[in-house]
Design a binder for this molecule. Structure first.
Ligand code: SD4
Length: 290
């Protein structure tokens, strides 16, 4: 048995490539990284990797993470500039005994030292978006105004599970801002003996609920991924409204070690992609919040 689930329609091509790896008994780490890399490399996906939207200083700062559910090893980078594939750097960092989560200059030094490809990630198209947005600025940052993060969970035929995320974060974020996507337990979490989960949305609010860990914890208690996602979204949504008067946008996906999956959201129009040994890569659209 094998399976993969990913946030947003933009993951379809990557998930299709990963499915081939998984079908041929390939490794869940190779599959998830291959799928995320494809999203990072595609210049028209304006919130991940090359072509990602810049921060308020017109610089593209990227966050990414990788987790191995067999060993619970985690690697992550935050606010890294000028490297083509943050997810590859994150995976490499997951092999280090310590110093697994590096940000900014330190992350760039590590990437350079380890021979990762340097690249100016700011495209002409992203510059145009920046200039248009600058004009209408002076308003609250909205993560969903043309903004998505890719998060994936993968299960291979050897029963290994992995998670990976990659994002340019909120459009017009402050320089140095790091969201939930590279933060274990918030943007992602996976344990091969249970399953994994990943989040997309307003990172500042996702982190208030450690939602990915919460979902895995509920799945450990025997909950189906769908129920765990719904419970996690409704719980954090209600909690934030109670304590703060409002809750940020949030969408969650999960896959357990039996290949069962789920998704829940508090927005309208969240898309995600699933493939398993019995389901060809398929895009689902959740039109209404759960
Ligand atoms: C962040 N969670 O940096 C990311 C943004 C995102 O859809 O997922 N947008 O806060």
């Amino acid at each position: 048995m094998w399976g993969i689930i990913a946030t947003w329609r933009m993951a379809l091509e990557g998930v299709t490539s990963a499915s081939k790896i998984l079908k041929e008994k390939g490794d869940a780490g190779d599959a998830v990284v291959r799928a995320v890399k494809e999203v990072e490399d595609f210049p028209f996906y304006k919130s991940v990797g090359y072509g990602g939207l810049p921060n308020e200083e017109m610089e593209v700062e990227l966050d990414a993470a990788y987790m191995n559910g067999n060993t619970l090893s985690i690697g992550a980078v935050g606010a890294i500039k000028d490297f083509a594939n943050p997810v590859l750097i994150a995976r490499k960092l997951s092999h280090e005994p310590v110093n697994n989560f590096l940000v900014g200059e330190g992350a760039e030094k590590y990437a350079h030292k380890n021979g990762f490809e340097r690249k100016n990630m700011l495209t002409e198209r992203a510059k145009i978006h920046y200039h248009n947005r600058s004009k209408e600025m002076e308003m609250e940052i909205k993560p969903y105004s043309g903004h998505d993060t890719v998060g994936m969970i993968c299960l291979d035929q050897q029963e290994k599970m992995t998670a990976a995320t990659s994002t340019s974060g909120l459009f017009m974020k402050r320089a140095g801002r790091v969201g939930d996507s590279p933060v274990s337990g918030s943007g992602f979490y996976v344990d091969s003996e249970i399953g994994g989960a990943s989040a997309t949305g307003l990172g500042e609010d996702v982190m208030k609920g450690c939602v990915s860990y919460e979902i895995v914890r509920m799945m450990k208690e025997g909950m189906h991924p769908q129920e765990a996602c719904e419970k996690a979204v409704s719980h954090i949504n209600a909690l934030l409204i109670k304590k703060r008067g409002k809750a940020g946008d949030m969408s969650l996906i999960a896959l357990n070690n039996k290949g069962e999956w789920g998704c829940a959201t508090n927005i309208e129009g969240f898309s995600f992609v699933v493939a398993t040994d019995s389901l060809k890569p398929t895009v689902y659209l959740v039109e209404h919040e759960n």
